[in-house]
Design a binder for this molecule. Structure first.
Ligand SMILES: [Zn+2]
Ligand SMILES: [Zn+2]
Length: 265
């Protein structure tokens, strides 16, 4: 016996050919041959079995596609992209602020160093100018020098220790200036470090505040306070299902609650 043919004794084993899709139809047997439909579904909306199967398959595919698009794809990717953008902005902003602090500091230190080098060169120049005449005259026998030259040497002899002291002191001053610049540099470095520490401290405080806490099951908050609690999620699913006339059984509800709670933990 071929089940694709009608089993009704008076229907001559005709092919099972139609499905009744009429919303008003109350006949329990929805499938049959041409004679079945003459008997029971005379003015009902019908489809051939092939049309019916094609429509159901197509509908399943269409519905599947719609739900995939809405639930899985775009929101996550958008969020990720936007977060990357925000992060890049933030890092660039902080970087440029610190670079500007660094630039200021370097500029100041550079200026100080240039001034100091100028002073140093000036003292060197003065010393050379002062000593140069004596360097050449002292090479000669004293008796060939004229009176001015000899008197100059005598004066140098008398003031040599004073001149020595003068340049010694100048050299010490330059050393001190150099030290001051070093201290200034360290002070600025410390300042920069403390700015960074303040930033990090504020950052840590922000991270532990409720403002940026999305989902932390470790603290005392009850599940109901979370953005999407298990119950809320189940209500959402339930609403969607009931609108399509497929309510969940108590067992299904319980299973979903367990699964969702597990996921949130
Ligand atoms: Zn029939
Ligand atoms: Zn019917």
């Amino acid at each position: 016996m071929d089940i694709t043919n009608c089993q009704h004794p008076n229907h001559d084993s005709q092919r099972i050919k139609y499905v009744c899709v009429d919303p008003q139809c109350s006949i329990p047997k929805k499938i049959g041959c041409a004679d079945c439909f003459l008997d029971d579904h005379i003015s009902h909306v019908r489809k051939t079995t092939t049309q019916f199967k094609d429509f159901v398959n197509e509908s399943i595919q269409q519905i599947n596609a719609v739900e995939f698009q809405q639930v899985t794809n775009s929101p996550q990717q958008d969020l990720e992209k936007e977060m990357d953008g925000e992060l890049d902005n933030c890092i660039e902003c902080i970087k440029s602020k610190f670079n500007s602090i660094k630039g200021d500091l370097k500029g100041q230190i550079d200026n100080d160093m240039i001034k100091l080098q100028d002073n140093c060169a000036q003292f060197q120049q003065n010393m050379n100018n002062e000593l140069e005449p004596f360097k050449s005259t002292i090479k000669n026998d004293l008796h060939v020098l004229n009176q001015t030259e000899l008197n100059s040497l005598v004066k140098f002899y008398q003031e040599a220790s004073k001149i020595h002291k003068h340049y010694n002191k100048a050299a010490e001053q330059i050393q001190e200036e150099k030290q001051k610049i070093k201290l200034k540099k360290q002070k600025y470095l410390a300042k920069m470090r403390s700015i960074m520490q303040i930033l990090l401290k504020d950052f840590n405080e922000l991270m532990t505040s409720k403002n940026v806490q999305f989902d932390d099951s470790g603290d005392s908050e009850t599940p109901q306070k979370q953005i999407m609690s298990p119950n809320k999620m189940i209500n959402l699913v339930e609403t969607a299902r009931s609108s399509r006339r497929f309510p969940m059984s108590q067992i299904q509800k319980k299973q979903l609650l367990t699964a969702v709670t597990k996921k949130l933990e």
